[in-house]
Structure formats: C-alpha cells, structure tokens
Design a protein around this ligand. Structure first.
Ligand code: GDP
Ligand code: IMO
Ligand code: MG
Length: 422
C-alpha cells in the first residue's frame, strides 16, 4: 500500500511528464491531483513526442489505471481534443482513464474571465496561460462551481445559472463576447466526456490501495507557483505541493511514501513574477536556446537563470522531499563555468531563507562557481560514465540540499535517464 508523489520544485516545466512516464512501470495507478490544461507535460520515446495537458503521463506504459482526481479543473473541449488525438495514435484511453465526478469544469466563460482579469490588471498582470484556471478555482472556493458529476444532476439549470453570472460579470467589465459558438462546442464536448468512466475516484483509489496496489501522483506546475507558498500573487490557483495530492485525490497523509522532487540543473520561469537568479545576458539566451525553453502550452519564451538553492531548500522542506531528480543537465554539457545560488543578500544581509516577498531591487543572489564538465553525456547509459566534475557537482548539490539525487536526466528521450544507486 503505497502512494508516492512526484512534483516540481521550481516554477514548473521541470520535466515531470518525462519522469512520470519513466517511473510508471513501478506502479499500478498514475493520478493527477491539481491544475488543469495550464500544464503541458512533454514525453518523448521511440522517435515520437506527446504533450499532455489534462491526461496523466502514465498512459503510455503497460495499461496502468490513470486517474484525473477531484483536485483537477477540466476543460471538456481541450480534453476532447487531447483524448481524440491519443485515441487516434492507438491508446485505448477509454479503458484506462477514470475521471473524478468531483472535478470542476472549466467553462468558456472562465477562459473569457481569465483574459478580462489579465487585461484589467494591465502592467501588473500575472501572465497566466489563459486557460481559465484562476476563475474556475475561484468558483470552486466561492461555492459556485460546476462539477463533472453535475452533468447527471439537473445540469441545465446549474450550467445556465453559472453562465449567466459569468456573462453579467464580463459585461460589467466591458466585455460582450459572441458566446453562442463557444457554448455549442462546449456542450458537444460534455456529451463526449460522458463516454468515459466518471467515478468516485476517492473510493477507487483507496480500494486499490487496500488491495495492495501502488499509486504515483503526478504534480502539475511547481512549488514556487503554489497558491500558498509560491511567489504570490504570481502563482497558479491550486496547491501544487505534496499536501495537494491528499486533498486532490482523497488520499490520507499517512499513506504518502516517497516524495520525488524534480528540478532542472538550472532554472526557468514563464509568465510574470520575481526570479532572483534570472539571467538577462548571453548565458541566459544560451540556456534558452540549448534547452529549447519555450512553453509547451503557450509557446512563450521561458525566462532562464542559474539554479537557486535557497528556493530549492524551501521547496524540499514544504514537500518533505525524500528523493531528488535532476533534469536537463545535458543543456549545461558545454559550459566552461556553472553557477549555483547558495544564499540571498537582502539589503546587504545574507540569508538562506526564502523571503515573504521577493523584492528584486534589494536582493542579490550569492553564487558559487564550478568548472563545467565539458562532456557530451547524452549517450551515457550508466552513472559510472559521469566525469569527475559532474560527480563533484552532484555531491555539492546533495550536501547543500540534504537529499539524495537518485535520477539524472540527460536528454528528453525516455531512454536518456540514469538511475543512480543510492
Ligand atoms: P513538465 O511540465 O514538468 O512535464 O515539463 P515540460 O514538458 O513542460 O518541459 C520540459 C521540456 O524539457 C520538454 O520539452 C521535455 O521534452 C524536455 N526534457 C525533459 N527532460 C530533459 C532532459 O533531461 N534534457 C533535455 N535536453 N530536455 C529534456
Ligand atoms: P507544468 O505542469 C510553467 C504559470 C503561468 C503563470 C502562472 C499562473 O507544465 O509545469 P495559470 O494559467 O495557472 O493561472 O497561470 O503560472 N504556469 C506554469 N508555468 N509550467 C506550468 O505547468 C504552468 N502552469 C501555470 O505561466 O505565470
Ligand atoms: Mg510544462
């Protein structure tokens, strides 16, 4: 009986999808617990590339049960597009995917509200993915939300009430969208989604655990985007942290086993908000080019910088991380020098604590510098091949972070993954 959690420790896009796919053969169930189509999880294997948004990354292995848990917000239209593409490529999705009745539905008006809210914020905008995430979670918390299970219970009345409320809000904000087409498309997708197993996923998951089955929970976004602990207000609207797996699936805290914390060998961020180690120079551009750091959902340029150990220590603490997974080290393979931020200087005072509010004007990262390993590691099969400089870097990170690095990813492909002996 085991529930392990895999989640991002930075600002998202750490490579969660790739590693969930790699780890899936160890589990019976893979489950998403929060977020929605703001996520873009990329998997590469056998020369093919897939980007998943709402569907868990455990669908490509050996027939594991995949669950979209109650903590997720689901856009039926985007779900249908994603699911149909997967079915076309031969995945028997209807047989392996279960969706919680308690999932909250993203309506077209939520997306319009997301855009209108961003417009109203002007220069202070969050830089959201525009998928309606914030407005949908707002409706959930304010008890106005529409859940997937509602499609079987007096749906029309509930839907119409929510729609009219949203349209009135939009009108008050000066937005009068042409809604008819959007509504038609959305209602068609609702009919499509009814073809899936819509379940009491908290019962399903707990009964599978009682039978001795194991579960891997797949986080979306990252800890620094968590609504409570991230760089508020430049965050997403869900709990991306380990605790989110409990509330987003109905799994009790004492069932959690390993917590895999995943991070890039450097750092990226997409959208607005503070980023202490951001690089605005040639090095930042080089990382972006070599790492193909462009958003999987929006295509936006990702901001790039050096690894931030102050932020990582904070994320490890909040999540109770037991194992670390380092991604994209290959991007740094050709660098002469690699830097890591070990502390912040705030108003001249050195601290290792992640501050309440990151004010970049008076914050200066304190770096240590390492010689690069200058070795193409992308074809390596075993950690025994790692050059000395790379081993030194790993040892340094493990000491600073107080947690073992058990997996190193050396390229986007499923095969480019080195499992280390603990
Ligand atoms: P996620 O949202 O955490 O699943 O991450 P994304 O899929 O948004 O972004 C990670 C990107 O890096 C994807 O394009 C992956 O294919 C790619 N990727 C994953 N691991 C590695 C790696 O070790 N090296 C390189 N070069 N690319 C990787
Ligand atoms: P994955 O799962 C990176 C960012 C957005 C924006 C903020 C709020 O692929 O790692 P939202 O649309 O959630 O209201 O946007 O959060 N963001 C992500 N950044 N990876 C993600 O997901 C993200 N999901 C949201 O860019 O700054
Ligand atoms: Mg992503």
């Amino acid at each position: 009986m085991k529930v392990d959690v895999l989640l991002g420790l930075q600002w998202g896009d750490e490579g969660k999808g790739k590693v969930v796919d790699v780890l899936t053969p160890r589990y019976d169930v893979v489950a998403r617990f929060q977020g929605g189509p703001n996520a873009g999880h990329t998997l590469e294997f056998e020369g093919k590339k897939y980007v998943l948004r709402s569907i868990p990354s455990g669908i490509f292995q050996h027939g594991q049960v995949n669950i979209i848990g109650n903590g997720v917000v689901l856009d039926p239209v985007l779900f249908q597009e994603e699911a149909e593409a997967l079915e076309k490529s031969g995945i028997a999705l209807k047989q392996i995917l279960k969706i919680s009745k308690k999932v909250h539905l993203i309506m077209p008006t939520h997306r319009l509200l997301d855009a209108a809210n961003e417009k109203a914020k002007g220069g202070a905008k969050i830089g959201t993915t525009g998928k309606g995430i914030g407005p949908t979670y707002t409706d959930k918390v304010s008890r106005n939300g529409l859940r997937l299970g509602d499609v079987f219970h007096n749906f029309e009345n509930k839907y119409t009430a929510a729609r009219d409320k949203h349209l009135a809000t939009l009108k008050a904000m000066g937005e009068t969208p042409d809604y008819a087409e959007l509504e038609k498309r959305w209602l068609t997708a609702i009919e499509y989604i009814k073809g899936y197993d819509i379940v009491d996923s908290e019962y399903l998951i707990n009964s599978m655990l009682a039978e001795g089955k194991s579960v891997l929970c797949e986080g979306a976004q990252g800890t620094l985007l968590d609504v409570d602990f991230g760089s508020y207000p430049f965050v997403t609207s869900s709990n991306t942290i380990c605790a989110g797996a409990c509330s987003g699936l109905g799994v009790a805290p004492n069932k959690i086993g390993e917590v895999f914390g995943i991070f890039k060998a450097y750092c990226t961020r997409v959208g607005s908000g503070p980023f202490p180690t951001e690089l605005f120079d040639e090095t930042g551009k080089r990382i972006r080019d070599l790492g193909h750091e462009y958003g999987a959902v929006t295509g936006r340029e990702r901001r790039c910088g050096w690894i931030d150990l102050v932020a990582l220590r904070y994320s490890i603490m909040i999540n109770g991380v037991t194992q670390l997974i380092m991604m994209k080290s290959d991007v740094l393979d050709g660098f002469d020098e690699i830097k890591a931020c070990v502390a912040y200087k705030i108003n001249g005072q050195e601290t290792k604590q992640f501050p309440f509010s990151v004010e970049e004007d008076n914050l200066e990262p304190v770096y240590v510098s390492f010689p690069g390993w200058k070795t193409d590691m992308t074809e390596f099969k075993n950690e025994s091949e790692f050059p000395q400089e790379f081993n030194n870097y790993i040892k340094f990170l493990e000491n600073e972070l107080g947690t073992p690095i058990t997996i190193v990813s050396i390229g986007p492909d499923r095969e480019q993954t080195i499992i280390r002996n603990k």
